[in-house]
Design a protein around this ligand. Sequence first.
Ligand code: MG
Length: 316
Amino acid sequence: MGNVVLNLEMSKINEMKNYYAKQLVDKNIPGSVFAAKTPACMITAYKSGKVLFQGNDCESEAGRWGSPAGVPSKKPSAAKGKGEAKGDLPPGIGGMSAIGSDEVGTGDFFGPITVVAAYVRKEDIPLLKELGVRDSKDLNDEKIISIAKVIKDVVPFSLMTLKNEKYNQVQRSGMSQGKMKALLHNQAILNVLEKISPAKPEAILIDQFVQPSTYFQHLKGQKAIANKDVYFSTKAEGIHLAVAAASILARYAFIQYIDKLSEAAGFKIPKGAGSQVDVAAAKLILSKGRECLPSYVKLHFANTDKAIAIVNKKRN
Ligand code: MG
């Protein structure tokens, strides 16, 4: 178990509190603003501005929000030129021809992780805006599906789906979710680079889920894109439409996969990691047996034990 400390402004901490609204826990920790528990991480934010992330996946959870003290800030900055500083964004990146990548499903008990890298040429940016591409968090499933169906034929992209069986297998072997994501993003981006060749993007932007240095550490021994060509930013969907498009396509793939799981289960599979998924998993165990779980869920989530507890209660 690791831990990461960030120093953040109160406005950011309030934004986090909203973001984790469904996972808040009442811990009454002196001096704290809130405490939240995700499947792989405990988060405590203090009035001093310190935010503590503890747990197996703390580095990637913390990576959503910023960089630990002592590490140079990875916040967007127009001060540096393209090249050395991979954490800093080049000026005018939003108007460049770029590959963007994003993932979905990491916090969902049911279903896979889907990662999409998508290439948006600068001349297609107005068209994508016209088609309704924007931050997917502002879009409901229905809207996501209708936009995705159109843009999948407009933008070159690569979808990587880490299905539950495989996810559970690599997770058991000791791989962190952060590393899984790094490998998937890297492969999706390489696929797109190959698809669009000989054209080359002016920038590659990854929706940041981990420190850039950790990202490249995860890729050691892999064929990877050179550091200097890759940029990271939290909330990258708002920085370049390529990330927004990638996010929409990743969510579309995830929704479709959940639909397939629902069909196999015989009832509607819920998203997220709240109590509704415990109930659904218990229902699945009662109808199909515990052996079916690895192909439906991320087994290491605390939801597995909760589902089993529900089943045991019902059987007694
Ligand atoms: Mg993301």
